[in-house]
Design a binder for this molecule. Structure first.
Ligand code: SF4
Ligand code: SF4
Length: 422
């Protein structure tokens, strides 16, 4: 008999789950299920769609198992004579929504007729636990063992105007069950909703930790974007990075449909790349200290230099900042290039490579000057050449500063490009 836990079949099943799970569209609102997260910054980044959790296939299967357990709990509650409402008239889960649709959640069920309190309707929350987690829950209760679940129930009770919740949990190892009736706490609810509003409305939120290696940050899915570890000075790292990372966008909490408003009167793009030239990066997402700010630009101190996010000549668009690491900006290299060459802009390394390859075919370069101008410019720098190539009179030089230059002596033409990691 072949016993092989690493079989190709299992690997393919995990792949299938990973593909299926990762293709689900991300939520466009802040969910009640995460509202009790201890870190404001996590919730803020989450709400603005600035990171996305990607799980391995096994985890997506586990989530599905949690959903299946909900059906079993409902059948069991009905089996002992309770009334259970788990779907509205249109067959959908009951949902709650607030703050213009920017906050909401889906209830597992509302149940009445519990043997412990036959007349009182309860918000029902069903959860699965590992053995370790279940033991802690049984020992400490839901408030201490699972504060996020507690918060979720308080929010559902407050929004549904019910004052009891039933927390029903199963130990996945041995099918042990745990039930706890939770009373509504109005003050807790109010303070949770105020916090949610603050996170939705504000252009920034505090981290729960002062150091990136704090135990609370270990394993946090938002770690890279929170602590500016994406390799770029502005953490706009995803293809769907949209208006939610722009200073001009605000969540419309008085309307409906989770709408966003652009202060410049444009139509906000949510859920796919906005590609808007006027995008002004939220300072919380920029790995530098704010020096000054105007309506249309923000100037940062970075090392001994200053750089400005904006559209004017010599300034950096958000798109450019998303391609540049700290070092070249601290050295002032790219700013000097911009100051010397009007209209110079920074692009992705892959774009540069492609353009370098196409250079001999006369594709328009990013920016250019005569060899004399270029020598003057180069005299201002102290760059060391790290790589050079000469093919048919076209030279390519890479520098330790993160810039690269191509030189066409025959045509008295030189091009400098940034070559920084993205
Ligand atoms: S890395 Fe730490 S501070 Fe940042 S969002 Fe996560 S938990 Fe909060
Ligand atoms: S300026 Fe552009 S990126 Fe910013 S909110 Fe308006 S449309 Fe979106």
């Amino acid at each position: 008999m072949d016993i092989n836990i690493e079989s190709e079949t299992i690997a393919r099943i995990w792949e299938w789950w990973a593909k299926k799970g990762r293709s689900e569209a991300p939520r466009r609102y802040l969910g009640a299920s995460v509202a009790g997260h201890e870190c404001d910054r996590y919730l803020w980044l989450h709400f603005r769609g600035l990171f996305r959790e990607r799980f391995e296939g096994r985890m997506y299967r586990l989530f599905e198992r949690g959903r299946r357990e909900e059906e079993q709990f409902i059948a069991e509650l009905r089996g002992i004579g309770c009334e259970v409402w788990d779907r509205s008239a249109d067959g959908q889960q009951f949902s709650v929504s607030a703050l213009g649709g920017h906050f909401g959640g889906h209830l597992d069920a509302v149940v009445r007729g519990l043997p412990d309190a036959p007349k009182t309707p309860h918000v029902a929350e069903f959860k699965t636990h590992s053995d370790q987690s279940f033991r802690k829950l049984a020992r400490a209760g839901v408030l201490d063992a699972k504060p996020m679940h507690f918060c979720q129930m308080q929010i559902y009770m407050g929004m549904m105007k019910l004052d009891r919740a039933l927390y029903l949990a199963v130990n996945k190892d041995n099918d042990d069950l745990y039930a706890e009736r939770v009373h509504f706490d109005r003050d807790y609810f109010k303070s949770a909703m105020l916090r949610v509003r603050r996170i939705i409305e504000q252009p920034c939120a505090d981290r729960c930790a002062k150091r990136r290696d704090d135990w609370r940050c270990k394993g946090c899915a938002a770690h890279a974007v929170c602590w500016h570890e994406t390799g770029a000075v502005f953490s706009r790292q995803f293809p769907w990075s949209d208006c939610r990372s722009c200073c001009h966008a605000t969540a419309d909490v008085e309307g409906e449909g989770a709408r966003w408003t652009c202060r410049l009167g444009r139509t906000c793009v949510i859920g796919s790349a906005c590609n808007c030239a006027d995008h002004l990066a939220l300072p919380a997402l920029v790995d530098a200290d704010v020096d000054t700010a105007t309506e249309r630009s923000v100037t940062y101190k970075i090392g001994g230099q200053t750089i400005t996010n904006g559209l004017a000549n010599g300034q950096f668009t958000s798109e450019e900042l998303a391609h540049i690491g700290r070092e070249p900006l601290e050295q002032g290299v790219i700013q000097k290039i911009k100051d010397v060459m009007e209209g110079a802009r920074v692009v992705r390394q892959s774009t540069i490579r492609a353009r370098m390859e196409a250079y001999a075919k006369d594709v328009p370069p990013l920016f250019e000057g005569s060899l004399k101008e270029m020598r003057q410019f180069m005299n201002m720098q102290c760059w060391q050449v790290t790589e050079r190539e000469l093919v048919d009179g076209i030279g390519y030089f890479a520098f330790d500063s993160g810039a690269c230059m191509s030189v066409d002596e025959a045509n008295d033409r030189a091009v400098v490009q940034s070559d920084v990691p993205f």
